[in-house]
Design a protein around this ligand. Structure first.
Ligand code: ASP
Length: 329
């Protein structure tokens, strides 16, 4: 029988409602969670790793880096066929993408969580864990990068997003749909990922990387603030194809002159940024100033990637190639 490691990190999947405060808090260890899963040992030999127990808003990029090194110890073991990581759903897509960029292995690495705690009707932890373990030991799931398995869907880390605050069907690859499904005991893939993420084999990250969401009428004050904070990188979630109000342009130019690497993505949930607007503040104008395009990454994913890339090499050409080679010919 194949062996899978389950690394527990917390989240709703390990929470129960505290009757005093009438709200969910961390409560269950790995063994207790698995006690709700009927016959998991008939699917795979399971190694339980109670690694941490944190709500996922507590998970920082620093913790993701330490987790990546921990996951590597399982990748290195010949007896482990695949790795499942339980995680709170709020920042799950960021941890999944971090691991996808930082680790390289043919072994399946699966992120999984739950939208309902053990105290609620329809606790989805057990069914999600079974689907995740089935995927982790599937030969078809090898060489697909880090995957997210929730509610029967298999999504690629570089595409998936939490899209709904409470629905069990919250994780979506909005642009192209899931890679596959777990249907009963079968793991089925219908398409391959849009691309394999660039490998960033860094053992450190740059923490001074920030994210700004652009809104109508915005000026450059927030960018000035981050320049004064000695930012090394900025992700700008711009309008539409990658445009900003003209009042922001002087501060963007100042940040680039100060050596800050700026990644432009869109606040639209689908579609990539592109340099087809030439007006002051338009995407082409910004690219000519030295802004780097982030394709169709979400702001939160672009920030993770920039933290890793700057940690590896703070060099304009490297950062540009890491972001643009994947999305622009
Ligand atoms: N707030 C929770 C967390 O991310 C949500 C969840 O796990 O579903 O830890």
């Amino acid at each position: 029988m194949k062996k899978a490691a389950i690394i527990f990190t917390g989240g709703t999947i390990s929470m129960a409602i505290d009757e005093n405060i009438k709200a969910a808090v961390p409560a269950l260890a790995g063994k207790e969670i698995l006690s709700y899963v009927k016959d998991i040992t008939s699917i795979a030999d399971i190694e339980i790793d109670d690694y941490i127990s944190l709500p996922s808003p507590y998970i920082t990029p620093e913790i993701m880096l330490i987790l990546a090194k921990h996951v590597q110890t399982y990748i290195d073991r010949d007896d482990i066929a695949g790795i499942v990581i339980t995680h709170g759903t709020d920042t799950l897509e960021e941890t999944a993408y971090f691991l996808d960029l930082n680790l390289r292995t043919e072994k399946p690495i699966i992120l999984v969580g739950a939208m309902r705690s053990v105290s609620e009707l329809g606790y989805d932890g057990p069914s999600n864990i079974v689907a995740a373990v089935r995927t982790a030991i599937s030969l078809d799931a090898r060489n697909k990068g880090v995957l997210v398995v929730m509610n029967g869907d298999i999504n690629a880390a570089n595409e998936v997003m939490k899209t709904h605050t409470m629905s069990l069907d919250t994780f979506k690859s909005l642009e192209f749909g899931p890679l596959g499904i777990v249907d009963d005991n079968q793991v089925l893939f219908y398409r391959s990922s849009t691309h394999i993420s660039t490998h960033i084999p860094t053992d450190k990250i740059e923490e001074k990387v920030y994210l700004i969401k652009v809104v109508a009428g915005m000026d450059g004050d927030l960018i000035e603030y981050y320049i004064n904070k000695d930012a090394k990188g900025l992700v700008i979630e711009a309008l539409g194809r990658g445009n900003v109000p003209p009042m922001m342009v002087p501060a963007i130019k100042k940040a680039i002159d100060a050596g800050i690497k700026i990644i432009l993505v869109s606040r639209c949930p689908k579609g990539r940024v592109f340099d087809n607007y030439g007006y002051h503040g338009g995407s082409k104008n910004l690219r000519e100033l030295g802004v780097i395009f982030g394709g169709n990454l979400s702001g939160q994913k672009a920030r993770i990637k920039l933290m890793l890339a700057l940690g590896y090499k703070n060099d304009y050409d490297y950062i540009k190639s890491v972001f643009e080679d994947e999305y622009y010919k």
